[in-house]
Design a protein around this ligand. Sequence first.
Ligand code: ATP
Ligand code: MG
Length: 389
Amino acid sequence: MKTDLFLLKYGELALKGLNKPAFEKKLLNTIKRRLAKLGNFSVRCSQSTIYVEPLCEIDTEEVLSVLSKIFGIANICPVVKCEKDLDEIEKTAVELIREYRTTQKTFKVESKREDKSFPLNSPQLSREMGGRILKNINDLKVDVHTPEIMVNIEIRDKAYVYTRKIQGAGGMPLGSNGKAAILLSGGIDSPVAGWMICKRGVCLEAVHFHSHPYTSDRARDKVLDLARIMAKYCGRINVHVVPFTEIQLAIIEKCPENYLTVIMRRLMMRIAEKIAVANNAQALITGESIGQVASQTMESLVCTDSAVNIPVFRPCIGMDKEEIVTISKKIGAFETSIQPFEDCCTIFVPKHPKTKPTLAEIEEAELLLGDIEAMLDDAIARDEVVVCE
Ligand code: ATP
Ligand code: MG
C-alpha cells in the first residue's frame, strides 16, 4: 500500500531539556539530507514526533532503509491516511494487515482521537474496529496483553492507520557530540567500534594504515568499502590512507623483534593523533578488546595508550568476539570485513610477541628508531584523503 506519512519517534532525545531544539535541528537536517537522494519530502517536528511526508512517488522500503540508519530515531511507523469514516478505516486496516502479516495470529487495536468531533471515543473506536477486523480475517484473535500485530488508528485531519513499527537506530543525532578519529582496519572490530561511538552523536574522521606493496590495493579498497557502509549511518567520512611501509621496515630493522607490534601500534596512534588534531577531532577510537591478541593485553594497551595525549575510546573493550560479530552483521559490515585481504598488522607478526611489555622497555627500544617525529610527519605528508559517503 502507498505510504502517505512516516511517523518518527525520538529515543533519548525526548529526555533532553533546554538543549532539545538544538538536537532536533541536527536530527531534522540529517533526515532531510539523507532523504534528498530519494526525492522530495516535507519534514517537520511537533511534540517529540517527526512527520516525514513524501511529496513524490516513493518506495516505502527504500525510505525505511534510509530512516532506520539515522541515529536519534527510536522507531518509524509508515502510515496510510484515509477518510474519517468507519468503512474506510476498516478497509485500510484490513488491507494493511493482509499485506504485512506473516505468521502472526493475534492483534489489538489502539486508537487515539485528536479530533474530538469524531462520533466514537478511543475505546469505542478500538472495539468497533476490533470486531470488524475479526469478521474480515477469521484466523486472527484479539490479545490485549501481548498482541503480535498492533493496529494503530489516530483520528486527526484524516484517519491515520498503521500496523508496523520499525526499530530505528537509536542513539543521539549526528553532530551533537563532536568528532573523533577512528583507526580503521579491514577487520571486524574497528567498523563496529566506529559505529558505536557515532551512535552517540559523534562525527567520524578515519585513519587507515597501508603497507604497499606488502598489502594490496584490494586490501585498501576493502577498507574504503567498509567506510562507505559505515557512512550510511555515520554520514560522510574522510578516510586518511597513510603509507606505513617505511615505518614498519624501520621498526623491523632497528628494534627487537618481540616489541615490534606494540611499537608499531604506538606509532599508528601518534600519527592518528596528529591527523585527529589537524581535523578538529578530540579523541581516538580503536576496535581493541582486552586479551583478543598479544597487542591487546592490559600491559600492551597501557603502552599503546601512553603514546598519545588525547583520550582513546575503545567501545569493544569488554565485548566477546561473538558480540562484536552480531553488531557487525546488523550494520551490514560483516561480509565485507571477512573478505580475506591482508592487513598491515598481520604481515609483519613477530614469532614471540611480548605480551607483558613495560613502558620503559618500549621507550628504550623506540630510541633505536632515531628521529621518530620526522618519520611520522613524512608519512602524514604522503597520506591520501578519500571521501566516503
Ligand atoms: P579484527 O580483530 O577483527 O581482525 P581489528 O580491526 O580489531 O580487526 P586488530 O589487528 O585487532 O584488527 O587491530 C586492533 C585495532 O587497531 C583495530 O581495531 C583498529 O582500530 C586498529 N588498526 C589495526 N590495523 C589498522 C590499520 N591497518 N589501519 C588503521 N587502524 C588499524
Ligand atoms: Mg581486533
